[in-house]
Design a protein around this ligand. Sequence first.
Ligand SMILES: [Ca+2]
Ligand SMILES: [Ca+2]
Length: 280
Amino acid sequence: MGDLAARHADPESGERGQSHPPAEPGGGGPNIDSLTLTAIAGDDGPASLIIQAEDPERVSIVDSGSTSSSALTRVVDSEHPDALGNVGAGALGGGYVDFGTDAGDAVTFHVSPDDVGVYNATIRYVNGGTGDRPLLVSINGAEPTLVSFPPTGSWSNWSEVSISVPLSQADNTLTLTLPSAAQGGVANGPNIDQIGFDYVEALPADPTLVFSIEGEALTIDDGSSAADTVVRDASNPEPTGGGADRLWGILPVPVIWTWAGRPATQDRSRSMSPVRGPIC
Ligand SMILES: [Ca+2]
Ligand SMILES: [Ca+2]
């Protein structure tokens, strides 16, 4: 919608002004000089949220296992260096969380958006190691999904991993947990700087339908004991209908896009690749 106003001049009085539009019985009309359309800002959705990992008001840490310094999952800043006495350069907000070495160590972000919905969560991290340091990601305590945090080249070269998450209530939690080897983890994690949350779209109509994807395996939880939500493919087609192959066409599977292993300033469009499905 716009704000419509017309500038006109009265030929007898010389009066000029704006009207919506002028009424002039008996024919004729005003001389139209110009038309001004003023756009009214639309609703761009809820404002973005950025939570610093070192924010004690919004982030809680569960540190388990050994009490040796290298095993601790803790906040690192100028007053609290890491186990080697270092503070990594390039973190935003003055600090970051350094994962220790114990499976089960966890960092929970408390997220209170203006509106519920599906959000893009951009996790800023650094991994100066030589191999992937995956973490389990869970939203509001739901079944976690393993997310990759590939090497970034150095401990000061921060990068981002972006995942799609549902923020379905006023207060949500996003928990990053160091997985065990059996869960696909290694005995260490990346450093986490911050997570930004950007609104994408409204929640699905049926919030009880939950997809969880780990690796190549897809698990469906339809919220009831009856297996009435199943995968249909060539090995398990529809009992009836669906055409010759009894499949109702192919539905696109949503994916998580990562921009891992690149400098934060790099053009995202050149290195995106889908790795996993949505976390619910
Ligand atoms: Ca620990
Ligand atoms: Ca930070």
